[in-house]
Design a binder for this molecule. Structure first.
Ligand code: SF4
Length: 324
């Protein structure tokens, strides 16, 4: 049997029942793929269900305010994803009559849709022979073929894409793409490698040579930069100070507590430390509480009972939950 047949048969029998697999609606696939990019499936499911209730169609999403979109995303992190989904929905309404295009290269012209998501939508929703290559797929293919190339390199990515395109020819593309993703998520994972349950075991070079753990070849990611902040909890008359200064490029459009690098904390009380890890940066926060403060640019007072109505960065929401 060919890889495509083994994979699609295995997927048909073994896949998980997930809410976005109930139909092949392109919008559902789009939302679920964007949400799953930096979030575990189990974590994202309640967010996905709430999202589809709030914005059941591309039109509903395009008509929503960015504030409500960011609010719905709160807790998932990496807010650029929500912002781009919103922007993309508007673009689909304006340029494509409210319908997601079916071919991968046109899909890639839409805000927030990269080659992977374009491939996923085109193959899962529209039955196109369009590969969707992400980290899971790179790992599985790299083990199957014992690829010596570094999967962090663009050239390797391109090569894997061409291989997957060849494999999926004449397949039920939807089950093929989802099957490869599912295999990477459940059977051929970075740490747990369940070759005895793998439908591709007989074709796998890494298994034949018992070198599964040697693949994929991957250069180490750079260590995130640590930034030390004084994070201020300034409280007076049941109000606190918040800031919209997102000039560091992180979580644009979200409110946060004022953060300083050299602030005179003489009249403030030290509350403790907190740490938040982003993909390339780490915030090391010393938290101070005080009352006397002169508002700076981007800052304002807000009533404590209004904090639930605004979108706040997760790291600071946790601080407020702990100390307010
Ligand atoms: S046989 Fe093992 S290493 Fe090879 S693809 Fe399957 S799970 Fe991965």
């Amino acid at each position: 049997m060919e890889i495509k047949d083994e994979l699609t048969e295995w997927f048909a029998k073994n896949h998980r029942e997930l809410p976005f697999r109930k139909n092949k609606d392109p919008y559902s696939i789009w939302v679920s793929e964007i949400m799953a990019q930096q979030t575990r499936i189990e974590t994202m499911i309640p967010y996905y269900e709430r999202w589809m209730e709030n914005y059941p169609s591309i039109e509903a999403l395009a008509n929503a305010s960015i504030e409500s979109v960011l609010k719905s995303w709160e807790g998932l992190g990496y807010y650029t994803r929500a912002r781009k989904l919103h922007e993309g929905a508007k673009q689909v309404m304006n340029e494509y009559g409210g319908v997601l295009p079916s071919d991968a290269s046109t899909l890639e012209k839409i805000a927030g849709i990269g080659p992977y998501t374009a491939g996923a939508i085109a193959s899962i929703a529209y039955g196109q022979e369009a590969p969707a290559v992400d980290g899971n797929v790179l790992r599985v293919v790299s083990r199957l073929l014992m690829m010596e190339e570094d999967i962090m390199k663009q050239a390797t990515h391109k090569k894997v894409k061409a291989i997957v395109r060849e494999w999926m020819k004449g397949s039920r593309t939807s089950d093929f793409t989802e099957g490869l993703m599912e295999l990477g998520a459940l059977i051929c994972t970075p740490t747990v490698i369940l070759c005895d349950q793998c439908p591709l075991q007989k074709k796998c070079l890494a298994y034949q040579h018992q070198r599964q753990k040697d693949f994929p070849i991957k250069t180490k990611a750079k260590k995130p930069i640590e930034i030390q902040y004084q994070t201020l909890l300034i409280r007076k008359d049941n109000q606190i100070v918040i800031s919209s200064d997102d000039s560091d490029g992180l979580m644009k459009g979200l409110w946060r507590l004022p953060q300083k690098k050299e602030f005179d904390t003489q009249n403030y009380t030290y509350l403790g430390k907190s740490k938040h890890v982003f993909s390339h940066r780490v915030w090391l926060m010393d938290i101070y509480e005080g009352t006397e403060y002169v508002l700076q640019e981007h800052e304002k007072w807000i009533a404590v009972d209004q904090l639930n109505d605004i979108s706040l960065v997760g790291a600071h929401r946790k601080i407020l939950e702990k100390y307010l």
